[in-house]
Each structure stands twice: as structure tokens, then as C-alpha cells.
Design a protein around this ligand. Structure first.
Ligand code: ASP
Length: 333
């Protein structure tokens, strides 16, 4: 019997999509070290590209946009979401990967190789390096040595710019806007780099910020002063009860155990905040709960069934944002 001719699915065609708001995105060949590099035009550009990536993944799963390019993933600190979403992003765009993620101890780093030498080695093979490092400022040091773009995937207590972009994207996609929102950040505001980067991005918008933390984990003073100077409506409190009724976004974070020199102090504050279903009863019907993850008890598991719990959708957005950034940095935008 003759087989019916199979109808081939058309390949995904980027030309069908609306052109991005600005063709000259200014990201090609550049490092991504800090959110201060992103003005609203660049943010809108990355978001538009991320939406295209989402549509592409939904329709065909993968394309060859970055075929022939190689990404080196160099992680000196643990990671699940950032490393795997960058790897998935590169895979879905047809590129290759050098994964030094869960095993920096198996690379020459464990033999005492300096960051400078590791970077100058990897750039012989790769076109872009994504790096996470425990020291504040390490991403800039790597960028100073590298002739290829460095993307900061977290430098100690400093910044985590790609996380902040995916966080902001999640707010926009979930609530349809950023301006006019009341955003409460809860937990370790002192050491949490995702809070630092997201706060800096939000300073460009007309938002109200509420910072909720124990005394010793308050937002660093320099950042707080910048927030105040930006003219944003801002308040600090120790109590989630002060913010839960009005918050449009509750951004919960983990207490960063690895940054404490005194573990007794960590024990004192580690269980300070727990978001429960009872607390969620007081929250607005239209709001979202976010978390950069990992969580270690800050949000109870039974909150997950609440449609306002946006953290796994937030996680997924990370891949689209990172696809958009890789394409932009590698000049395939
Ligand atoms: N995954 C985020 C980071 O690397 C948040 C966290 O670790 O708590 O900063």
C-alpha cells in the first residue's frame, strides 16, 4: 500500500515575526556585567526577542540561529536554573556548549589555575562565556581579560543581571505592566544579588518598593541611597504583614547561608519569613509570588497550587530571556 505523503511542518521563519523595536540593540559583542547597562530601550528589545523565542520554542522547539557558535559555561558556584537554562537556550538555538558547571573541581581550576588563565583558555574555543563566581567584581575582571563577551551569571553578593531581566519580564508578562505596581522584596536583601540587580532595574520605572527583612539583612546602604535618590516611593519593614495586603508582587528570597561568616547569626535569621497559605489569604486576588530559587523553606509547598505562585513560570522565562541575550550578544538578533 502506498504511504500517504507526509506533510512536512514548515521550518520556523523569523521573518514572519514583528521586527524588534530597535534593530541596533547595542548588545552585539558586548559583555553583560550589570543591569546598569540596560536602559528601557534595551530592556524592551530583549523582552520582544524573548517573546519571539517563546513562540519559536512553542512552535518548533529549536532552530539553527546560533549554529556554529560555542558557549562556555563556567560556574565556580553551584547552580541549577541559571546553568541549565543557558545550556537549554544554546541548544534550542542550535549552538554548542562547553559545560564547566557542576564540576569546576574537575577542571584545572582545582589545580590552582587563575581566573585570568582559565578565561584566556576558554576564549580559544568559545564565542561567549557565561560565568558565576563567588567574588564580587569577578565578572568584570574576567571581562577585562577576555576578548569575547562575558555574561555575568552572578558575582558573589554583587549582581545577577540575567536573573533580574527574567524577573522583570515575568512581572510584565504576568501582570501586563510594570509602572504603577507595588513590589515587595522579602528576605535576604543584604546578600541577595538578585534583589540588588532587580532593584536597580526597577529604579527606571514608576513603582513603589517595599523592602522586608530582619535588621541584619537590610538592603545595602549605598543601594538604598540610590533608590531614595531615584525618587521612588520606598519603605523598609521587618514584617510581611505590613505589605501583604497591597503588594502586586511579593518577591521572596533565600537567606544566603554561604555569605555568612558567623553561622550562629545565620541560624538566628534563617527561618524569619515563611509564606504560608494563611498569609496568602490576605493578599490581593491579582498579584504574584516570585522567588529566584532555590527555596529552603521560605515558601510552603502548599502555596504552589495557588495560581498566584508564579515561580515556576518565572523559571521558564529564564530560558527565553537567555536565548534572547545570547542571540543579541552574538549578533544574530
Ligand atoms: N539562584 C540565585 C542566585 O544565584 C538565588 C539564590 O541562590 O538564592 O543568586
Amino acid at each position: 500500500m502506498l504511504r500517504e505523503e507526509t506533510k512536512l511542518q514548515p521550518l520556523f521563519n523569523f521573518d514572519e515575526l514583528t521586527p524588534p523595536p530597535s534593530m541596533g540593540n547595542g548588545l552585539t559583542g558586548k559583555d553583560v556585567i550589570s543591569v546598569s547597562q540596560f536602559n528601557k530601550d534595551k530592556i524592551d528589545y530583549v523582552f520582544a526577542r524573548a517573546r519571539e523565542m517563546r513562540e519559536m520554542v512553542d512552535r518548533v522547539g529549536a532552530v539553527d540561529l546560533l549554529k556554529g557558535f560555542v558557549l562556555a559555561c563556567l560556574f565556580y558556584e553551584p547552580s541549577t536554573r541559571t546553568s541549565s537554562s543557558f545550556i537549554a537556550a544554546m541548544e534550542r538555538l542550535g549552538g554548542g556548549i562547553i559545560p564547566i558547571t557542576q564540576g569546576v573541581q574537575f577542571s584545572s581550576v582545582s589545580k590552582g589555575e587563575t581566573l585570568a588563565d582559565t578565561i584566556r583558555t576558554l576564549e580559544q574555543y568559545a564565542d561567549v562565556i557565561v560565568m558565576r563566581h563567588p567574588e564580587l567584581g569577578a565578572a568584570q575582571v574576567a571581562a577585562d581579560y577576555a576578548g569575547i563577551p562575558i555574561i555575568n551569571a552572578g558575582d558573589g553578593t554583587g549582581e545577577h543581571p540575567t536573573q533580574a531581566l527574567l524577573d522583570l519580564f515575568t512581572i510584565q508578562e504576568e501582570l501586563g505592566r510594570i509602572d504603577g505596581l507595588k513590589i515587595a522584596m522579602v528576605g535576604d536583601l543584604r546578600y541577595g544579588r538578585t534583589v540588588h540587580s532587580l532593584t536597580r532595574l526597577l529604579m527606571q520605572y514608576d513603582v513603589s518598593l517595599r523592602f522586608v527583612s530582619p535588621e541584619i539583612l537590610r538592603l545595602p546602604l549605598t543601594l538604598m541611597n540610590d533608590v531614595i535618590d531615584s525618587g521612588i516611593n520606598v519603605r523598609e519593614t521587618h514584617d510581611v504583614a505590613d505589605v501583604i495586603e497591597n503588594a502586586d508582587v511579593l518577591y521572596v528570597t533565600r537567606v544566603q547561608k554561604e555569605r555568612f561568616t558567623d553561622l550562629v547569626q545565620y541560624e538566628e535569621v534563617k527561618d524569619h519569613y515563611e509564606i504560608t497559605t494563611e498569609i496568602m489569604e490576605k493578599a490581593k486576588q491579582k498579584m504574584i509570588v516570585m522567588h529566584p530559587f532555590p527555596r529552603v523553606g521560605e515558601i510552603h509547598y502548599n502555596v504552589d497550587a495557588d495560581p498566584r505562585a508564579a515561580y515556576f513560570r518565572q523559571t521558564k522565562n529564564g530560558m527565553y530571556i537567555r536565548m534572547a541575550l545570547l542571540a543579541a550578544v552574538l549578533g544574530r538578533a
